[in-house]
Write a new protein. Sequence first.
Length: 75
Amino acid sequence: MKTISGKVVSTKMANTLVVEVRKQRLHPLYKKIIRRSKRYKVHCDKGDVKTGDTVTIKSCRPISKEKHYILVEKI
């Protein structure tokens, strides 16, 4: 199971959060830091998470067409 931490961007959907995960890596040739971000739709039954919170998510079976992660904890 893959575990990732990121920041909550949206809580407007029912039982779903949008979490943005930011990554940095060094370019192999030019040695410049490249920043990438990706948004994941996360299943959440609890209503205590707000926009701007940092959360930990983990992969699970597909819940819907785009939801493949569940909320583990709020950091």
